[in-house]
Write a protein that binds this ligand. Structure first.
Ligand SMILES: CC(C)(COP(=O)(O)OP(=O)(O)OC[C@H]1O[C@@H](n2cnc3c(N)ncnc32)[C@H](O)[C@@H]1OP(=O)(O)O)[C@@H](O)C(=O)NCCC(=O)NCCS
Length: 159
């Protein structure tokens, strides 16, 4: 298996995995809030995010390739910390992460996460953040196993 930065030729494959990730999240949580608005240009939004990671110094996408097939990816960026007066001005943020079902539990995401966090570290970033839906038990277990801990919670109610 090869782990490397995204290149332009990978875009269709990674977009397809990004769509699998979104379908997974909708199915896993059965949350009506997650229904996609038919007027939202989801594909264009995802593609432009991924394209920016090709060009930008503050964004990066790493892919896992097996026999010429992309089997996982992680994408993220350097952002402002959520608390402006903090001594921590910038953080690394993981925006999307997905491993194809047949490649799970083989350390693919652990390796992708390490490469992305090394990228953040090389920009003098000391914290990496991400969020996941509360119903996504697999994400919780996986990120906790990779050293992440909850530091902020988000609530909502229907009104
Ligand atoms: C979450 C996800 C990215 C993990 O990818 P992965 O390549 O399987 O992860 P790894 O094999 O690197 O696992 C890392 C560690 O997480 C934990 N882990 C992963 N899957 C687990 C599971 N099903 N049950 C318990 N622990 C699990 C393990 O501790 C594992 O290390 P170990 O196998 O050495 O014990 C993958 O399951 C996935 O794509 N899920 C669907 C999409 C999703 O939820 N993405 C995250 C959105 S925030």
């Amino acid at each position: 298996m090869i782990f490397r930065e995204l290149c332009a030729d990978d875009l269709p494959d990674v977009l397809s995995l990004f769509n699998e990730l979104i379908t997974h999240l909708i199915g896993e949580t059965c949350d009506p809030y997650m229904q996609i608005d038919p007027d939202a240009d989801l594909q264009e939004g995802l593609e432009s995010y991924l394209r920016e990671t090709l060009e930008g110094r503050n964004k990066n996408t790493i892919v896992a390739e097996d026999g010429g097939k992309i089997v996982g990816f992680i994408t993220g960026e350097i952002r402002d910390s959520f608390f402006p007066p903090s001594v921590v001005k910038k953080i690394g943020y993981i925006f999307g992460a997905y491993t194809c079902p047949e490649y799970r539990r083989q350390g693919v995401m652990a390796k992708l996460e390490k490469i992305l966090t090394d990228f953040f570290r090389s920009h003098k970033i000391n914290y990496v953040e991400l969020s996941f839906l509360s119903g996504n038990a697999l994400a919780r277990k996986s990120w906790e196993a990779m050293g992440y801990g909850v530091f902020r919670e988000q609530m909502r109610k229907n009104i």
